[in-house]
Design a protein around this ligand. Structure first.
Ligand SMILES: C[S@@+](CC[C@H](N)C(=O)[O-])C[C@H]1O[C@@H](n2cnc3c(N)ncnc32)[C@H](O)[C@@H]1O
Length: 192
């Protein structure tokens, strides 16, 4: 089954969990990748990997020897990712991010890339996961997320020192890409 059909089938079965009818376009993937400084990225996590279009781009660019964990809740897509990317540590629920990092001995991350449908989570779940991501990032680490709404932008502005947002029209549906950097010194912004 092609990646497009697989995601569409999953979306029809569970629209709020999957969050999108189609895999991200190459334009969206390129915009997400353009925000990452690969020379400083040794520990990276992807949340909501789906059929792996972003996983593929990260795996092609990352340093040999870097750690790459990718989280996908759907068991079928997770099995497919593990088969296609044997060098990637494929995990399940993104809400277990901090615990899983501790289990595999990764103390902090240089970059988190997210395709999660935050707008479909309850506000308290959104907040909990966004706090976890911020907590797991090393000082100066990057958080990259694509979303179909600006709902999480106020939170991002409140905790990250630099926030760049771009609207990628060449995607179904058009998507906002948020590129954020965690402050290198405490006090430049922290969760309430
Ligand atoms: C909008 S799709 C993005 C897929 C892919 N990254 C892309 O860009 O085409 C969101 C994905 O997040 C996954 N997902 C939703 N909730 C999740 C969770 N709590 N943990 C891990 N993955 C989750 C869904 O199963 C789905 O594959």
């Amino acid at each position: 089954m092609s990646a497009g059909w697989m995601l569409l089938k999953k979306f029809v079965a569970s629209p709020s969990t999957i969050g999108s009818v189609m895999p991200s376009s190459r334009f969206l993937v390129r915009t997400m990748m353009s925000g990452i400084d690969w020379s400083r990225t040794q520990r990276i996590a992807e949340l909501g990997a789906g059929t792996g279009v972003i996983t593929d781009a990260i795996d092609a660019r990352r340093h040999p020897g870097s750690r790459f964990l990718c989280f996908e809740r759907d068991p079928m897509m997770r099995r497919d990712l593990a088969r296609r990317y044997p060098g990637v540590d494929v995990q399940d629920d993104a809400f277990t991010l901090c615990g899983r990092l501790a289990e595999v001995g990764v103390t902090s991350l240089d970059c988190v890339v997210s395709g999660l449908p935050f707008a479909n989570f309850t506000l308290s779940c959104q907040r909990r996961l966004l706090d976890d991501i911020h907590q797991c990032l090393a000082p100066g680490g990057m958080f990259m997320a694509f979303q179909y709404t600006r709902q999480i932008q106020p939170y991002l502005v409140s905790v990250y020192s630099g926030l760049d947002s771009q609207l990628v029209w060449a995607n179904i549906p058009p998507a906002f890409v948020f590129i954020c950097r965690k402050p290198t010194t405490p006090g430049q912004g922290s969760p309430d």
